[in-house]
Design a protein around this ligand. Structure first.
Ligand code: NDP
Length: 318
């Protein structure tokens, strides 16, 4: 029996490959010697693409796949996929919402504690023997009873809020619409930043949130303020952030995402009041397995009845 052809963009796990191989003939885009020749020859043969939030569907692939019917993305953020254009063409785009909420929220908490309590420099103090030679490590700042601002009170934002409540936080938020929650709503990121001591970005990326956190917002957060980004690098003006940290406009930052990943500005690497992680917020075995199962499930369900389990909002009515 001929299997349906699937174009794979980016890495997948062995478990995903094994499950998909039962139903699909998989070609891996990045295994091809000459991508342009490969796409010209084969592009029209693919009804299905499996990709991730980082790669999305690159323009050359989109242009070379006129018979596409479904795109399954292994991740919740889909700013690298033109979902509006695909919805107009009747192509179903699916992603992996909800299954990573806890992990991303935990990553924020990990960064917040690490920055506030100076985890990395104090670990260095302990390992280097400075505790013996120079004495106790300086006092740090508590995460208890802080005013916390969440930019993007969606699935992950709400999960972050739940964790912040456990720390006695007063919660503020900014999103496009006001939610039915007891937290304080702000109709701009600046107003939210002005009201809080800790600001975390967890909106989608893309043009509508580009540089939502800029010099003005960081100024509003203030010199005791901490900024965290577990959303997308594009959400913050990275130059403005570096300058704000260098000039003491804000007190510190915890960053999982960057403007030009995997590049990270050198200036950030040398700052003791900054903690950096390489876009790993959902990166545990357990959560990646759940995401992988859902990304595969979207494709196998589509094969069975033409629908997907978790379409992106733009494609819900298809
Ligand atoms: P949701 O769609 O549930 O929530 C998104 C929130 O952002 C909503 O509150 C929405 O507001 C708000 N928002 C969207 N656009 C704007 C805008 N232009 N201005 C202000 N607020 C806006 O998404 P999730 O919580 O599931 O995921 C959020 C994002 O987190 C993903 O898109 C991804 O980019 C990022 N992410 C990062 C990971 C990492 O590894 N670092 C891992 C997983 C996700 P409203 O409700 O009013 O529409």
């Amino acid at each position: 029996m001929t299997k349906t052809r699937l174009l794979q963009i980016g890495d997948i796990t062995d478990r995903m490959r094994d499950a998909l191989s039962e139903h699909f003939d998989i070609d891996v885009l990045f295994d091809q010697d000459d991508r342009a020749v490969f796409l010209t020859k084969n592009g029209a043969e693919y009804p299905a693409i499996l990709t991730n939030g980082h790669w999305g569907v690159p323009d050359d692939v989109a242009a070379a796949t006129p018979n596409l019917k479904v795109v399954s993305s292994y991740g919740v953020g889909y700013d690298a996929i033109d979902a509006d254009a695909y919805a107009r063409r009747g192509v179903k785009v699916a992603h992996t919402p909800d299954v990573l909420n806890d992990e991303v929220a935990d990553t924020f908490v990990m960064l917040w504690l690490a920055v506030s309590r100076s985890l990395i420099p104090s670990d260095r103090h302990a390992r280097s023997g400075k505790w013996e030679t120079e004495g106790n490590y300086p006092l740090t700042r508590t995460v208890q009873n802080r005013r916390v601002g969440i930019l993007g009170l969606g699935r992950i934002g709400q999960t972050i809020a739940d964790r912040c409540e456990a720390f006695g936080a007063e919660i503020h938020y900014h999103s496009r619409s006001k939610k039915d929650v007891a937290y304080t709503y702000h109709d701009t990121a600046k107003s939210c930043a002005e009201a809080v001591e800790v600001l975390v970005a967890i909106t989608p990326g893309g043009p509508s949130t580009q540089h939502m956190v800029n010099a003005e917002v960081l100024q509003a957060l203030g010199s005791d303020g901490l900024f965290f980004n577990v959303a997308r690098g594009s959400v913050v003006d990275e130059r403005a952030l570096v300058k704000a940290l260098q000039d003491g406009v804000i007190a510190g930052a915890g960053l999982d995402v960057f403007a030009e990943e995997p590049k990270i500005p050198d200036a950030l690497k040398s700052m003791d009041n900054v903690v950096l992680t390489p876009h790993v917020a959902s990166g545990t075995h357990e959560t990646r397995q759940a995401m992988g199962d859902l990304a595969v499930g979207n494709l196998t369900q589509w094969l069975k009845d033409g629908t997907v389990k978790t379409p992106v909002p733009e494609c819900r009515d298809l």
